[in-house]
Design a protein around this ligand. Sequence first.
Ligand SMILES: [Zn+2]
Length: 260
Amino acid sequence: MLIDAHVHLDKYGDLLDDALREIDEQRIFTVATAMDVPSYLELQKIGDRSNLVLPTFGIHPRRAAEYASQLRDLGRYIEASPAIGEIGLDFHWVKDTSTYGAQRKVLEYFIAAARDQKKFVNLHTKAGEKEILDLLEKYDVRRAIIHWYSGPMDILRAMIQYGCYFTIGVEVLYSDYIKEIAKAVPDHLLLTETDNPGALRWLKKNDEVGMPAAIKKVVDALSQLRESTPKKIESLVQTNFSRLIANDPWLHTVSPVVVS
Ligand SMILES: [Zn+2]
């Protein structure tokens, strides 16, 4: 089974039906990460339409400033969500430094909740890599997916040492640096993502909408880089994702789908 561990399904608009059909036809297990509260409410509805879609709640660093002063209101969404994400820090693309304090506050709140509620986290780490690793260590949150890692190699190694999982995404098709990262991630921590539907459009500066089957291109690229085969990469990633969610009481309905 293909695993797409980081997707923004609520952003498909008119193409949502097509995307869900493709997910079902290609059997792509999809972790649907939220950006904020309206995004999560939408994803919950989408999740009801496919047992291959797992909606998860988080506040994206871009949206953190709006939520930092009302964190207690988020409790019920966090509790309802089987995992946490998208959360993180962005000190690179987000230029407004006045939001950085809010980003830190929101992230720490979610990491603490992940520890208390024993949920895995799906992290955006742009230019906040070291700080995020420090937070994972501080709260002893062991089950972490680092989404689209593009930071320094020494922090990558430290995160690997800690046991973080890494989603390699569509940038592996275009960037030598991401290829290097894709080779450095050890077998047991390798995951895949598309960050659909916007990632391809963002990378190629065109109007291409990333459809779910783009995950196959990521798998193909990984099989070449790692001197493997697409089938072996697919099954390796499935094994890794199954291990990540194993014994997770929140995910008992998902596990049989992924393991089968
Ligand atoms: Zn994302």
